[in-house]
Design a protein around this ligand. Structure first.
Ligand code: SF4
Ligand code: SF4
Length: 339
């Protein structure tokens, strides 16, 4: 099949969705591999042993954050869940370049939330917003949650961090997380369902108000090198960019660039702007080359795969827990408590 211009436009339009789907498939594959790994312990070693997929560490953001702080204080990577350390570094680096782009290009919850929001707009034929004061109060919730974690983790000494990371609770935090979903409680089902329903009229309810990971990336993103820059001279003030922005940013009024902890670098505004060279991805100084959507996609993918590949090649990817150790800790799993 020969590629023509319409194919390229279609590809460009759906590029972010394609990346989101690929990442979602990667997460599903990791989840499937992990279930096989857990089966071995569930069966009391009576089925074939399946290697643990290290990528599951990416679902342990608190452990990864603690590993990063441990690295800053002790100068070494803790060997329990080391892949999470590299995945976390990759996501932070992406945020230093392209703001909270992890949320709109990779995150599985972000994808689900976006599609629920799209569904809401199709059903109700309009967008719903919470009153400004309520929106502001709720938006601060994710920062309180983040501050709560940082308040406990940041002052910890390297020894205290090591003690936590070495602990049985952290060692099988991934298995505990798996059972949280596999044996999900009624309360958790009610809360998750409620959040999903709220995300239909109120786009991105979880991400905008409650996700502490997004809060951290949003703060880092304020310092990002690249921004959505508006050329005030050529802008015709049509307002299309503001209308399409899922993060409720008044893009048509920014001068000269979007500076918001809520901008996820989805580039919907850039895609829709009808005037050439008016809304572009540029270094925050406004000078320098404008990056196309393709280049942004390539950069975020390369950064993510580059950092994780470095983790693999440097021998810091697989954790050091043997299957015999896993078996012993697995038997204790219901008695383990986080201290
Ligand atoms: S539409 Fe533009 S300003 Fe709004 S979140 Fe997406 S990239 Fe950021
Ligand atoms: S879509 Fe482009 S031209 Fe229209 S208001 Fe936004 S920046 Fe200006």
């Amino acid at each position: 099949m020969k590629l023509n211009r319409s194919h390229i436009i279609f590809f460009e339009k759906h590029l972010r969705f394609l990346v989101q789907i690929l990442f979602a498939l990667l997460c599903i594959w990791i989840g499937w591999e992990f279930i096989q790994f857990v089966r071995y312990f569930e069966s009391g070693a009576s089925v074939h042993f399946h290697e643990r997929p290290p990528g599951v560490d990416g679902f342990l953001p608190i452990s990864s954050l603690m590993n990063l702080i441990y690295f800053c204080k002790a100068g070494s990577i803790h060997p329990i869940h080391p892949a999470g350390f590299f995945i976390f570094i990759a996501i932070i680096l992406i945020s230093f370049l392209f703001g909270k782009s992890f949320c709109s290009w990779f995150c599985f919850a972000g994808l689900l939330s976006e599609k629920l929001g799209d569904m809401g707009e199709r059903v109700f034929k309009r967008k719903f917003y919470l009153p400004k004061f309520l929106d502001l109060i709720l938006r601060s919730l994710k920062y309180f949650l983040l501050a709560f974690f940082l308040f406990y983790i940041l002052p910890m000494s390297a020894n205290a961090l090591k003690a936590f990371l070495d602990g049985h609770y952290n060692m099988i935090a991934d298995i505990k997380m798996y059972y949280f979903f596999a044996n999900i409680s009624t309360t958790a089902v009610v809360v998750i369902t409620l959040l999903m329903f709220l995300s239909i009229p109120f786009r991105g309810f979880w991400c905008r108000y409650l996700c502490p990971y997004g809060a951290l990336l949003g703060m880092v993103g304020l310092l990002s090198l690249f921004k959505i820059v508006r050329n005030q001279k050529s802008c015709i003030k049509c307002g299309l960019c503001t209308k399409v922005c899922p993060s409720q940013i008044k893009v048509d009024r920014v001068a000269p660039f979007v500076l918001s902890d809520e901008c996820t670098f989805c580039l919907k505004c850039v895609d829709l702007c009808p005037v050439q060279q008016t809304l572009e991805v540029r270094p925050f100084c406004g000078k320098g080359l404008a990056l196309s959507k393709r280049v942004v996609a390539l950069a975020v993918i390369m950064l993510f795969t580059g950092v994780t590949a470095f983790g693999m090649l440097s021998g810091h990817w697989q954790n050091r827990i043997t299957k015999e150790e896993y078996m012993v800790i697995y038997q204790l799993k219901d008695t383990l408590k986080h201290h």
